[in-house]
Design a protein around this ligand. Structure first.
Ligand code: GDP
Ligand code: MN
Length: 392
Protein backbone atom coordinates (compact mmCIF):
# COMPACT_ATOMS: atom_id res chain seq x y z
CA UNK A 1 0.00 0.00 0.00
CA UNK A 2 1.40 3.34 -1.07
CA UNK A 3 0.77 6.31 1.18
CA UNK A 4 0.90 10.03 0.46
CA UNK A 5 3.96 12.18 1.19
CA UNK A 6 2.17 13.98 4.06
CA UNK A 7 1.35 10.65 5.77
CA UNK A 8 4.84 9.29 5.11
CA UNK A 9 6.24 12.41 6.75
CA UNK A 10 4.09 11.77 9.83
CA UNK A 11 5.61 8.29 10.14
CA UNK A 12 9.13 9.71 9.78
CA UNK A 13 8.39 12.37 12.38
CA UNK A 14 7.15 9.69 14.78
CA UNK A 15 10.65 8.15 14.66
CA UNK A 16 12.28 11.49 15.40
CA UNK A 17 13.42 12.41 11.90
CA UNK A 18 13.81 16.10 11.00
CA UNK A 19 10.81 17.00 8.82
CA UNK A 20 9.81 20.64 8.44
CA UNK A 21 6.19 21.39 9.46
CA UNK A 22 3.50 21.21 6.76
CA UNK A 23 -0.24 21.50 6.22
CA UNK A 24 -2.50 19.69 3.78
CA UNK A 25 -4.96 21.78 1.75
CA UNK A 26 -7.81 20.78 -0.55
CA UNK A 27 -8.86 24.18 -1.93
CA UNK A 28 -7.02 27.34 -3.01
CA UNK A 29 -8.52 29.10 0.03
CA UNK A 30 -7.05 26.45 2.32
CA UNK A 31 -3.70 26.81 0.53
CA UNK A 32 -3.82 30.56 1.12
CA UNK A 33 -4.68 30.15 4.82
CA UNK A 34 -1.90 27.60 5.30
CA UNK A 35 0.59 29.82 3.47
CA UNK A 36 -0.37 32.75 5.73
CA UNK A 37 0.59 30.80 8.85
CA UNK A 38 4.03 30.00 7.37
CA UNK A 39 4.63 33.58 6.27
CA UNK A 40 3.55 34.78 9.74
CA UNK A 41 6.21 32.56 11.31
CA UNK A 42 8.94 34.03 9.14
CA UNK A 43 8.99 32.11 5.85
CA UNK A 44 10.20 33.97 2.75
CA UNK A 45 8.47 31.60 0.38
CA UNK A 46 6.22 28.57 0.62
CA UNK A 47 6.34 25.36 -1.38
CA UNK A 48 3.11 23.80 -2.68
CA UNK A 49 3.26 20.14 -3.61
CA UNK A 50 0.70 17.90 -5.31
CA UNK A 51 -0.23 14.88 -3.17
CA UNK A 52 -0.48 12.02 -5.64
CA UNK A 53 0.91 8.51 -5.37
CA UNK A 54 3.37 8.83 -8.25
CA UNK A 55 6.94 10.03 -8.44
CA UNK A 56 8.33 12.86 -10.51
CA UNK A 57 5.78 15.42 -9.37
CA UNK A 58 8.39 18.16 -9.56
CA UNK A 59 9.08 17.50 -13.24
CA UNK A 60 5.35 17.32 -13.98
CA UNK A 61 4.82 20.81 -12.53
CA UNK A 62 3.27 19.57 -9.31
CA UNK A 63 5.83 21.23 -7.00
CA UNK A 64 5.97 25.04 -7.04
CA UNK A 65 7.09 27.91 -4.87
CA UNK A 66 5.14 31.05 -3.99
CA UNK A 67 6.31 34.37 -2.46
CA UNK A 68 3.02 35.54 -0.96
CA UNK A 69 -0.23 34.09 0.36
CA UNK A 70 -2.09 35.41 -2.71
CA UNK A 71 0.43 33.82 -5.05
CA UNK A 72 0.12 30.60 -3.04
CA UNK A 73 -3.63 30.62 -3.64
CA UNK A 74 -3.05 31.06 -7.39
CA UNK A 75 -0.44 28.28 -7.49
CA UNK A 76 -2.78 26.07 -5.45
CA UNK A 77 -5.56 26.72 -7.96
CA UNK A 78 -3.21 25.61 -10.74
CA UNK A 79 -2.01 22.43 -9.06
CA UNK A 80 -5.36 21.29 -7.62
CA UNK A 81 -7.28 19.53 -10.36
CA UNK A 82 -4.14 19.05 -12.43
CA UNK A 83 -3.55 15.66 -14.05
CA UNK A 84 -0.26 14.01 -13.08
CA UNK A 85 0.38 10.72 -14.87
CA UNK A 86 -3.35 10.05 -15.09
CA UNK A 87 -4.15 11.00 -11.51
CA UNK A 88 -6.19 14.07 -10.61
CA UNK A 89 -4.62 16.16 -7.85
CA UNK A 90 -7.15 16.52 -5.02
CA UNK A 91 -4.88 17.82 -2.26
CA UNK A 92 -1.58 19.60 -1.83
CA UNK A 93 1.03 19.89 0.88
CA UNK A 94 2.00 23.41 1.91
CA UNK A 95 5.22 24.17 3.82
CA UNK A 96 7.75 26.91 4.32
CA UNK A 97 10.16 26.62 1.37
CA UNK A 98 13.54 25.38 2.43
CA UNK A 99 16.70 27.06 1.18
CA UNK A 100 18.39 24.05 -0.39
CA UNK A 101 22.21 23.91 -0.41
CA UNK A 102 22.51 20.33 -1.70
CA UNK A 103 20.19 17.39 -2.35
CA UNK A 104 20.95 13.79 -1.43
CA UNK A 105 19.08 10.54 -1.82
CA UNK A 106 18.46 8.15 1.08
CA UNK A 107 16.27 5.08 0.85
CA UNK A 108 15.67 1.70 2.46
CA UNK A 109 14.15 -1.33 0.77
CA UNK A 110 14.00 -5.04 1.40
CA UNK A 111 16.76 -6.85 -0.47
CA UNK A 112 15.15 -10.24 -0.99
CA UNK A 113 18.38 -11.87 -2.19
CA UNK A 114 20.16 -11.19 1.10
CA UNK A 115 16.94 -11.21 3.15
CA UNK A 116 17.92 -7.93 4.75
CA UNK A 117 16.98 -4.31 4.65
CA UNK A 118 19.41 -2.45 2.43
CA UNK A 119 19.97 1.26 2.89
CA UNK A 120 21.05 3.20 -0.15
CA UNK A 121 22.42 6.71 -0.34
CA UNK A 122 23.62 8.93 -3.12
CA UNK A 123 25.06 12.41 -3.39
CA UNK A 124 23.13 12.74 -6.64
CA UNK A 125 19.76 13.27 -4.99
CA UNK A 126 16.82 15.20 -6.32
CA UNK A 127 14.39 14.27 -9.01
CA UNK A 128 16.24 11.75 -11.17
CA UNK A 129 17.63 9.05 -8.88
CA UNK A 130 16.66 6.18 -11.19
CA UNK A 131 18.49 7.90 -14.03
CA UNK A 132 21.54 8.49 -11.80
CA UNK A 133 21.52 4.82 -10.82
CA UNK A 134 21.50 3.76 -14.47
CA UNK A 135 24.20 6.11 -15.65
CA UNK A 136 26.51 5.88 -12.68
CA UNK A 137 25.82 2.83 -10.49
CA UNK A 138 28.96 3.61 -8.48
CA UNK A 139 27.28 6.74 -7.13
CA UNK A 140 24.87 4.64 -5.08
CA UNK A 141 26.29 3.51 -1.74
CA UNK A 142 24.72 0.61 0.16
CA UNK A 143 24.80 -1.01 3.60
CA UNK A 144 22.80 -4.02 4.77
CA UNK A 145 21.17 -3.85 8.21
CA UNK A 146 21.44 -6.86 10.49
CA UNK A 147 18.06 -8.53 11.08
CA UNK A 148 18.82 -8.91 14.81
CA UNK A 149 20.88 -5.83 15.58
CA UNK A 150 19.36 -3.43 13.09
CA UNK A 151 21.37 -0.71 11.40
CA UNK A 152 24.57 -0.17 13.36
CA UNK A 153 26.10 3.28 13.79
CA UNK A 154 29.31 2.36 11.98
CA UNK A 155 27.28 1.24 8.97
CA UNK A 156 25.34 4.50 8.89
CA UNK A 157 28.61 6.40 9.20
CA UNK A 158 30.14 4.47 6.31
CA UNK A 159 27.11 5.36 4.22
CA UNK A 160 27.37 9.05 5.15
CA UNK A 161 31.11 9.12 4.43
CA UNK A 162 30.40 7.41 1.12
CA UNK A 163 28.29 10.34 -0.03
CA UNK A 164 30.89 12.82 1.17
CA UNK A 165 29.42 14.12 4.43
CA UNK A 166 31.56 15.21 7.35
CA UNK A 167 30.72 16.40 10.85
CA UNK A 168 28.47 17.89 12.06
CA UNK A 169 26.24 16.85 9.15
CA UNK A 170 27.61 13.31 9.26
CA UNK A 171 26.30 12.90 12.82
CA UNK A 172 22.90 14.14 11.73
CA UNK A 173 22.99 11.69 8.84
CA UNK A 174 23.74 8.78 11.19
CA UNK A 175 20.67 9.66 13.27
CA UNK A 176 18.51 10.04 10.16
CA UNK A 177 19.62 6.71 8.67
CA UNK A 178 18.87 5.03 12.00
CA UNK A 179 15.43 6.64 12.11
CA UNK A 180 14.77 5.59 8.53
CA UNK A 181 15.50 1.98 9.42
CA UNK A 182 13.27 2.24 12.51
CA UNK A 183 10.46 3.68 10.36
CA UNK A 184 10.78 0.67 8.08
CA UNK A 185 10.73 -1.77 10.98
CA UNK A 186 8.02 -0.08 13.08
CA UNK A 187 5.52 0.00 10.21
CA UNK A 188 6.43 -3.15 8.27
CA UNK A 189 7.29 -1.00 5.29
CA UNK A 190 8.64 -2.37 2.01
CA UNK A 191 10.24 0.91 1.09
CA UNK A 192 11.08 4.16 2.83
CA UNK A 193 12.64 6.85 0.68
CA UNK A 194 13.73 10.42 1.34
CA UNK A 195 14.57 12.25 -1.88
CA UNK A 196 15.73 14.86 -1.42
CA UNK A 197 17.37 14.54 1.93
CA UNK A 198 18.69 18.09 1.78
CA UNK A 199 21.26 20.28 3.39
CA UNK A 200 19.30 23.44 4.06
CA UNK A 201 20.55 26.81 5.20
CA UNK A 202 18.77 28.67 7.94
CA UNK A 203 19.42 32.28 8.69
CA UNK A 204 18.87 33.39 12.27
CA UNK A 205 17.59 36.88 13.15
CA UNK A 206 21.17 38.04 13.80
CA UNK A 207 22.12 37.06 10.25
CA UNK A 208 24.12 33.95 11.19
CA UNK A 209 23.44 30.95 8.97
CA UNK A 210 23.49 27.33 10.01
CA UNK A 211 23.21 24.23 7.88
CA UNK A 212 21.34 21.06 8.70
CA UNK A 213 20.01 17.93 7.05
CA UNK A 214 16.22 17.69 6.66
CA UNK A 215 13.78 15.36 4.92
CA UNK A 216 12.07 17.42 2.22
CA UNK A 217 10.22 14.57 0.51
CA UNK A 218 9.06 11.17 1.77
CA UNK A 219 7.81 8.07 0.08
CA UNK A 220 6.69 4.97 1.97
CA UNK A 221 5.19 1.72 0.73
CA UNK A 222 3.69 -0.51 3.40
CA UNK A 223 3.68 -4.29 3.19
CA UNK A 224 0.02 -5.25 2.67
CA UNK A 225 0.59 -8.48 4.57
CA UNK A 226 1.88 -6.50 7.55
CA UNK A 227 -1.18 -4.25 7.79
CA UNK A 228 -3.00 -6.68 10.05
CA UNK A 229 -0.39 -5.83 12.69
CA UNK A 230 -0.95 -2.07 12.30
CA UNK A 231 -4.70 -1.44 12.15
CA UNK A 232 -4.14 2.31 12.58
CA UNK A 233 -2.22 2.47 9.28
CA UNK A 234 -5.34 1.37 7.40
CA UNK A 235 -6.63 4.96 7.81
CA UNK A 236 -3.74 6.13 5.60
CA UNK A 237 -5.11 4.26 2.59
CA UNK A 238 -5.97 6.88 -0.02
CA UNK A 239 -9.31 5.73 -1.39
CA UNK A 240 -9.23 8.57 -3.95
CA UNK A 241 -6.44 6.76 -5.75
CA UNK A 242 -7.25 3.13 -5.16
CA UNK A 243 -8.22 1.20 -8.27
CA UNK A 244 -12.00 0.54 -7.94
CA UNK A 245 -11.48 -3.13 -8.78
CA UNK A 246 -8.87 -3.51 -6.04
CA UNK A 247 -11.15 -1.75 -3.55
CA UNK A 248 -14.04 -4.05 -4.45
CA UNK A 249 -11.87 -7.18 -4.13
CA UNK A 250 -10.62 -6.03 -0.73
CA UNK A 251 -14.19 -5.44 0.48
CA UNK A 252 -15.18 -8.95 -0.59
CA UNK A 253 -12.08 -10.53 0.94
CA UNK A 254 -10.99 -11.85 -2.46
CA UNK A 255 -7.35 -12.00 -3.54
CA UNK A 256 -7.44 -10.55 -7.03
CA UNK A 257 -4.59 -9.57 -9.30
CA UNK A 258 -5.33 -8.25 -12.74
CA UNK A 259 -3.27 -9.69 -15.63
CA UNK A 260 -3.08 -9.15 -19.38
CA UNK A 261 -4.79 -12.26 -20.80
CA UNK A 262 -8.32 -13.13 -21.87
CA UNK A 263 -9.31 -16.08 -19.69
CA UNK A 264 -10.88 -15.09 -16.38
CA UNK A 265 -10.09 -17.57 -13.59
CA UNK A 266 -12.08 -18.16 -10.41
CA UNK A 267 -10.37 -20.54 -8.04
CA UNK A 268 -10.32 -21.28 -4.32
CA UNK A 269 -6.87 -21.33 -2.77
CA UNK A 270 -3.73 -19.53 -3.90
CA UNK A 271 -1.83 -22.68 -4.86
CA UNK A 272 -4.70 -24.02 -6.90
CA UNK A 273 -5.05 -20.61 -8.57
CA UNK A 274 -1.37 -20.73 -9.58
CA UNK A 275 -1.78 -24.27 -10.91
CA UNK A 276 -4.86 -23.25 -12.86
CA UNK A 277 -3.01 -20.35 -14.45
CA UNK A 278 -0.11 -22.65 -15.32
CA UNK A 279 -2.45 -25.07 -17.07
CA UNK A 280 -4.23 -22.29 -18.95
CA UNK A 281 -0.85 -21.21 -20.28
CA UNK A 282 0.22 -24.79 -20.91
CA UNK A 283 -2.75 -25.27 -23.24
CA UNK A 284 -2.07 -22.03 -25.12
CA UNK A 285 -4.25 -19.52 -23.26
CA UNK A 286 -3.46 -16.39 -21.27
CA UNK A 287 -5.03 -15.85 -17.84
CA UNK A 288 -6.77 -12.51 -17.35
CA UNK A 289 -6.32 -12.60 -13.60
CA UNK A 290 -5.27 -14.41 -10.49
CA UNK A 291 -8.34 -14.82 -8.30
CA UNK A 292 -8.58 -16.71 -5.03
CA UNK A 293 -12.05 -16.61 -3.48
CA UNK A 294 -10.60 -18.02 -0.27
CA UNK A 295 -11.77 -20.90 1.87
CA UNK A 296 -15.44 -21.42 2.63
CA UNK A 297 -16.59 -18.94 -0.04
CA UNK A 298 -20.32 -18.21 0.07
CA UNK A 299 -22.49 -17.46 -2.91
CA UNK A 300 -22.22 -13.65 -2.42
CA UNK A 301 -18.44 -13.97 -2.71
CA UNK A 302 -18.82 -16.04 -5.89
CA UNK A 303 -21.18 -13.45 -7.33
CA UNK A 304 -18.75 -10.65 -6.44
CA UNK A 305 -15.82 -12.55 -7.93
CA UNK A 306 -17.76 -13.00 -11.18
CA UNK A 307 -18.39 -9.24 -11.33
CA UNK A 308 -14.67 -8.58 -10.85
CA UNK A 309 -13.81 -10.95 -13.69
CA UNK A 310 -16.47 -9.57 -16.05
CA UNK A 311 -15.38 -6.02 -15.26
CA UNK A 312 -12.35 -6.64 -17.48
CA UNK A 313 -13.51 -6.12 -21.09
CA UNK A 314 -10.68 -8.35 -22.39
CA UNK A 315 -12.17 -11.42 -20.71
CA UNK A 316 -13.83 -13.65 -23.35
CA UNK A 317 -13.87 -16.97 -21.48
CA UNK A 318 -14.06 -17.98 -17.82
CA UNK A 319 -12.63 -20.98 -16.05
CA UNK A 320 -14.01 -21.84 -12.62
CA UNK A 321 -11.94 -24.37 -10.70
CA UNK A 322 -13.12 -25.26 -7.19
CA UNK A 323 -11.71 -27.92 -4.92
CA UNK A 324 -14.32 -28.23 -2.20
CA UNK A 325 -12.91 -28.77 1.27
CA UNK A 326 -14.47 -26.28 3.64
CA UNK A 327 -15.91 -24.63 0.55
CA UNK A 328 -19.13 -26.38 -0.51
CA UNK A 329 -19.46 -27.13 -4.21
CA UNK A 330 -23.24 -26.64 -4.24
CA UNK A 331 -22.87 -23.20 -2.63
CA UNK A 332 -20.43 -22.17 -5.37
CA UNK A 333 -22.72 -23.60 -8.07
CA UNK A 334 -25.67 -21.65 -6.67
CA UNK A 335 -23.51 -18.50 -6.65
CA UNK A 336 -22.55 -19.06 -10.30
CA UNK A 337 -26.20 -19.55 -11.29
CA UNK A 338 -27.22 -16.36 -9.51
CA UNK A 339 -24.30 -14.47 -11.02
CA UNK A 340 -25.19 -15.57 -14.55
CA UNK A 341 -28.78 -14.46 -14.08
CA UNK A 342 -27.61 -10.96 -13.14
CA UNK A 343 -24.47 -10.42 -15.18
CA UNK A 344 -24.27 -7.61 -17.70
CA UNK A 345 -22.62 -9.56 -20.53
CA UNK A 346 -22.57 -13.18 -21.53
CA UNK A 347 -19.18 -14.85 -21.58
CA UNK A 348 -18.68 -18.59 -22.17
CA UNK A 349 -17.70 -20.41 -19.01
CA UNK A 350 -16.45 -23.85 -18.05
CA UNK A 351 -16.83 -25.07 -14.49
CA UNK A 352 -15.00 -27.80 -12.63
CA UNK A 353 -16.10 -28.48 -9.09
CA UNK A 354 -14.78 -31.44 -7.12
CA UNK A 355 -14.76 -32.31 -3.40
CA UNK A 356 -17.44 -31.44 -0.85
CA UNK A 357 -20.96 -31.65 -2.31
CA UNK A 358 -19.61 -32.10 -5.86
CA UNK A 359 -22.54 -34.33 -6.88
CA UNK A 360 -25.08 -31.74 -5.78
CA UNK A 361 -23.06 -29.05 -7.57
CA UNK A 362 -22.99 -31.14 -10.75
CA UNK A 363 -26.77 -31.57 -10.66
CA UNK A 364 -27.36 -27.82 -10.20
CA UNK A 365 -24.96 -26.94 -13.02
CA UNK A 366 -26.45 -29.56 -15.35
CA UNK A 367 -29.97 -28.24 -14.78
CA UNK A 368 -28.76 -24.70 -15.42
CA UNK A 369 -26.99 -25.90 -18.62
CA UNK A 370 -23.46 -24.92 -17.60
CA UNK A 371 -20.47 -26.30 -19.49
CA UNK A 372 -18.61 -28.50 -17.00
CA UNK A 373 -15.40 -30.50 -16.81
CA UNK A 374 -14.31 -33.29 -14.52
CA UNK A 375 -10.56 -32.82 -14.62
CA UNK A 376 -8.55 -29.61 -14.49
CA UNK A 377 -6.83 -30.49 -17.79
CA UNK A 378 -10.18 -30.87 -19.48
CA UNK A 379 -11.40 -27.59 -17.98
CA UNK A 380 -8.28 -25.73 -19.13
CA UNK A 381 -8.48 -27.18 -22.67
CA UNK A 382 -12.15 -26.16 -22.93
CA UNK A 383 -11.53 -22.66 -21.59
CA UNK A 384 -8.69 -22.10 -24.06
CA UNK A 385 -10.92 -23.34 -26.91
CA UNK A 386 -13.64 -20.90 -25.85
CA UNK A 387 -11.31 -17.90 -25.76
CA UNK A 388 -10.67 -16.02 -28.99
CA UNK A 389 -7.57 -14.42 -27.58
CA UNK A 390 -5.83 -17.76 -27.12
CA UNK A 391 -2.83 -18.49 -29.31
CA UNK A 392 -3.41 -21.84 -30.94
P1 GDP B 1 9.06 14.62 -6.52
O1 GDP B 1 9.46 15.28 -7.79
O2 GDP B 1 7.72 13.98 -6.66
O3 GDP B 1 10.07 13.68 -6.02
O4 GDP B 1 8.87 15.81 -5.43
P2 GDP B 1 9.93 16.45 -4.41
O5 GDP B 1 9.26 16.76 -3.15
O6 GDP B 1 11.15 15.64 -4.30
O7 GDP B 1 10.27 17.83 -5.09
C1 GDP B 1 10.98 17.93 -6.32
C2 GDP B 1 12.02 19.01 -6.23
O8 GDP B 1 11.45 20.24 -5.87
C3 GDP B 1 13.09 18.76 -5.17
O9 GDP B 1 14.09 17.90 -5.62
C4 GDP B 1 13.59 20.16 -4.92
O10 GDP B 1 14.58 20.51 -5.86
C5 GDP B 1 12.36 21.01 -5.13
N1 GDP B 1 11.82 21.35 -3.80
C6 GDP B 1 11.02 20.61 -3.02
N2 GDP B 1 10.79 21.21 -1.83
C7 GDP B 1 11.48 22.38 -1.88
C8 GDP B 1 11.68 23.46 -0.96
O11 GDP B 1 11.17 23.48 0.18
N3 GDP B 1 12.46 24.49 -1.37
C9 GDP B 1 13.04 24.53 -2.60
N4 GDP B 1 13.82 25.57 -2.93
N5 GDP B 1 12.89 23.52 -3.50
C10 GDP B 1 12.12 22.46 -3.14
MN1 MN C 1 11.27 13.50 -4.41
Amino acid sequence: MKIQEADAKSLLLAQGLPVPPWKVARTPAEVEAAARTFFASGADRVVIKAQVLVGGRGKAGGVRLAGSAEEAAAVGARILGMDIKGITVRKVLVAAAAEIVKEYYLGAIIDRASRRVVLMASAEGGVEIEEAARQNPGAIHRVWADPELGLLAFQARALGLGIGLCDPLLNQFVAIAGGLYKTMEANDADLVEVNPLAIVAETATDGATTQSLVCLDAKITLDDSGLARHRELETLRDLDEEDPTDAQARKLGINFIHLDGTIGCMVNGAGLAMTTMDLVKHYGGEPANFLDVGGGARRETVRGAMELILGDPKVDAILVNIFGGITRGDEVAAGLIEARAQQSRDVPMVVRIVGTNAAEAARLLREARFETATSLDEAAVKAVALSKGAVR
